[in-house]
Design a protein around this ligand. Structure first.
Ligand SMILES: [Zn+2]
Ligand SMILES: [Zn+2]
Length: 146
């Protein structure tokens, strides 16, 4: 999805919720689209500090979450981070560093994805659970902390 397509989708979804796509909300969406993983409000603020005050950044995230544009990630060390929902960002998984707490997106090969999907389906079926999606979180040490 290009930046313009993303903007169009977000703008439409917000209109459905009768919410305006303000410049502050656009800054948050753009920063999350560029990000290599979920970001906490503090991390986002460090990136867009001059553009959006922290208080309005929290409000923007709440509005965007309510409209299903961003989703929270309850990651390492009790920090809540946010990312664009999969319908905007695409299906992916996470690498979580248990040392520094960083969370990074990882896209896996189609071969791995197919194996994983089959495994998850089997596990769900064995528990009489109709699975519709999955998220794989790999915990360990990132390249910086290894
Ligand atoms: Zn790390
Ligand atoms: Zn997957």
């Amino acid at each position: 999805m290009t930046g313009r397509e993303l903007d169009g989708e977000v703008s439409q979804r917000l209109a459905d919720h009768e919410v305006r796509y303000t410049s502050g909300r656009r800054v948050v969406v753009t920063a999350l689209a560029r990000s290599e993983g979920p970001k906490s409000p503090a991390e986002l603020h460090a990136e867009v500090a001059s553009a959006v005050p922290l208080s309005s950044l929290y409000r923007s995230l709440a509005v965007l979450e309510n409209a299903g544009i961003v989703v929270p990630h309850f990651g390492a060390k009790g920090v809540t981070r946010y990312e664009l929902a999969e319908w905007l960002r695409g299906h992916h998984h996470h690498l979580i560093c248990l040392n520094c707490g960083s969370v990074e997106d990882i896209a896996i090969s189609q071969t791995h994805e197919a194996k994983l999907a089959e495994l998850v389906k089997d596990i769900g079926a064995a528990a009489s659970f109709a699975e519709v999606n999955h998220v794989l979180e790999i915990e360990g040490r990132c390249a910086k902390c290894a």
